[in-house]
Design a protein around this ligand. Sequence first.
Ligand SMILES: [Ca+2]
Ligand SMILES: [Ca+2]
Ligand SMILES: [Ca+2]
Ligand SMILES: [Ca+2]
Length: 390
Amino acid sequence: MVRPSSLVLWSLLLPACTVDLPGGNPSDTDRAGSDSEDSGPADTGFDTASLDSDLQDADDDGVRNGLDNCPGVSNPGQEDADIDMIGDACDDDRDGDFIPDFDPSRGLSGPDRWPDDPQWPGTVSRDTLYAHDDNGSSDGLWGFDVTNDTLTRIDTIVLSDGPTGVTANDASSSLLDIAIDQFGVLYGITRDRLYICSPITAECFAIAELPELPGESKTFVGLTLLPPGAAGADATMAAMSGTGWYQIHWLDDPITVSRLGGFTGSAGGTQYSSFTTASGDAFSIEGVGTFATVHPSGNLNVTDVVRINPANGAVLERIGSTPAIGQATYNEAFGIAGWLDGRIYVFDAGGAIFSFDPSDGTPQLTPLTTTDSNKRWYGAAVRTVIDAGP
Ligand SMILES: [Ca+2]
Ligand SMILES: [Ca+2]
Ligand SMILES: [Ca+2]
Ligand SMILES: [Ca+2]
């Protein structure tokens, strides 16, 4: 935007018409219009063309362009909630929480569904992975500090109606997975709803009812965000179902779903075909890669962590197998997340957490916590773009 200057302040005393001021093009004998229209030597003084513009009132709101905090939109009150000199009418982050606003009336499709509340939806803490457990009536949201492998329960997850009227009336009341976008906004998915969750209070608000998947019921079991450009789009939300890798166009209204591909390929001597059971998770970190848990062809008793192509789900590299531990019927890795150094964390359905250390030639799983029958990890998440700074 054009910042006010003392010259412009002075010029407010003049009538709102186009006029050149002393110091402009000496050959500008008509003293009107921009200097560029005049022939003769180049300007030696200030830019009178710019000043001409500053003096006008393009949106006719009574505030000259040079002082108008939104010169293209009539906003005579000059409202500016976050005091960043960009008027609310022009500001794509009106509340200044660094989360672009969702406001279809102004053509904005960012993730902030509370564009006038800087406290919501809130953003995740740095150096923290997030995970959630299925524990009957008191499913919990947890933070896992990667600097010291410390686990902290944040609060009990509560699912509520959303800010735009989407109800939280789920057939299944538990989140099946969580994910975190590049701005640090936390999302949750159930069988038929998408939520935005507070990483501070664990309250989740429904933002969309999920459309049916082509050819199958709503069976998303894994959710992740992809960093800008990873799948040919600015920012992408991807989900895995029992049979494939999907893109959720979650900032469209209404949201739609399109299939990107399936988890097929050969890596490390192992064959992969379509992913065929209701288990699994995925995560993606800019500069690190996109990873998922999948079953090798014909072997539902083994769950592998693999690196995949985010654009189509194809398996590129086998990292290793997850452990068969925990409760008799739930010994799978329902949650995975990673970090900038390449470590991959496995949140097991038996309540344990493991990590793959990429510095090992052949990464082995290292237990970080023990099996906990009170926790059945259901999903895990990491921010898809992690600021490398302190
Ligand atoms: Ca204006
Ligand atoms: Ca502003
Ligand atoms: Ca905002
Ligand atoms: Ca906000």
